[in-house]
Design a protein around this ligand. Structure first.
Ligand SMILES: Cc1ncc(COP(=O)(O)O)c(C=O)c1O
Length: 361
């Protein structure tokens, strides 16, 4: 049975990644061993780690540009504190853009390390838009932003030009659209959206920004130590990293980020057109800031929710319920979600419209 998986994360991954991962659990690289029982130091896994780090940089067009890729533990949430630990100078400050729950969580952690300036916030409007007119102080150690706000369905379409390092939480839209990634000095993303299963976090760092904070950093939280150890300072998340590599290979074979961006734009246009056309629905986020990854939308009349919910569930749609901070619905259209799944949802919305208008609820 085909399930149309709109889960916000962990989420849908390409079918071939599931199949190859399953095969590797039984017999990894024809070794007769499961990937779950091999040493992370064995030749075959070191090759996986090296290729995954290399391919991540290649897909982002950051190879040979002074960047390093790491696969760490602790989720994006650990990066909320590793970033200030490594980059905020002692007695210094950092600038943050507050665009949602995850940005606010990053701000909260930064405050443990020093002065944390919130340069713009849409909190008062329940994060329905991305603040645009903000000033970043030139003497901040870095500027931190969240490219895609998974919960609220907003996405930054442009990023400021600054003389200080830019740090970006790209957990929910990395590898989904073409950007000039060299604009960023540090990018992090939990794997469990566009890259793989939960359990590892991709961190991309421009090496020259490290070792300037003047802090004594515990080894496990020190990016420089992880770079020195080639992302094997301690036992890495072997299986999530292997599955992430398979997803990155899938993306490369598809034509890279440029190719998937076209598909992602098609999917988003199809769904947002229906949200705007269908008189029973409304979008939750400001139109110009709408996310191509997570579309948030509401029923104009919430009393009709049981009718709509029954229809999408019958169509084998899963994971469409909105986050409690927004309500309504959230359709997460990550890279691996096929256009066909979006068409199924749009058809359900049309069907709902005709059923409701016929029966005049
Ligand atoms: C944008 C963003 N940042 C951070 C996080 C937290 O990630 P993790 O659970 O890997 O710590 C999430 C989780 O959904 C997210 O969407």
């Amino acid at each position: 049975m085909k399930i149309h998986n709109y889960s916000a994360g962990p989420c849908i991954l390409p079918q071939e990644v599931f199949e190859k991962s399953a095969a590797a659990i039984l017999n990894f690289n024809n070794s007769g061993l499961s990937i779950l029982e091999i040493s992370h130091r064995c030749k075959d896994f070191v090759a996986v780690m090296d290729e995954a780090r290399d391919l991540a940089l290649e897909l982002l067009d950051l190879k040979n540009k002074g960047y390093q890729a790491l696969f760490l533990h602790g989720g994006a949430s650990l990066e909320f504190l590793m970033v200030p630990y490594n980059l905020m100078t002692v007695d210094g400050k950092a600038a943050y853009l507050d665009t949602g729950t995850w940005a606010a969580a990053a701000i909260k952690e930064a405050k443990n390390f020093g002065e944390t300036i919130v340069v713009g916030s849409s909190k008062e409007e329940n994060y329905t838009f991305i603040p645009k007119d903000f000033n970043v102080p030139n003497d901040a150690s870095y500027f931190h932003c969240t490219s895609n706000n998974t919960i609220f369905g907003t996405q930054m379409k442009s990023f400021p030009d600054l003389d200080i390092p830019i740090v970006c939480d790209m957990s929910s839209d990395i590898f989904s659209r073409v950007l000039d990634f060299s604009k960023f000095d540090l990018i992090y993303a939990g794997a469990q959206k566009n890259m793989g299963p939960a359990g590892t976090t991709l961190v991309i760092i421009k090496e020259e920004i490290l070792n300037k904070s003047g802090r004594n950093i515990p080894a496990m939280l020190d990016y420089a130590q992880h770079i020195k150890a080639e992302s094997m300072y301690n036992t890495p998340a072997v299986f999530p990293i292997y599955a992430s590599l398979l997803t990155l290979q899938w993306l490369k074979n598809l034509g890279g980020i440029g190719a998937i961006e076209k598909l992602n734009n098609q999917k988003a246009a199809l769904l947002y057109n229906e949200i705007d056309r269908n008189s029973y629905f409304k979008g939750a986020a400001n139109v110009e800031d709408r996310s191509c990854m997570n579309a948030t939308f509401l029923l104009k009349d919430e009393k009709l929710a049981p009718v709509f919910d029954k229809l999408w569930k019958e169509a084998n749609i899963s994971g469409l319920t909105g986050h409690r901070s927004v309500g309504g619905y959230r359709a997460s259209m990550y890279n691996a979600l096929p256009l066909e799944s979006v068409q199924v949802l749009v058809d359900v919305m049309k069907d709902f419209e005709s059923k409701v208008s016929e029966t005049k609820f």
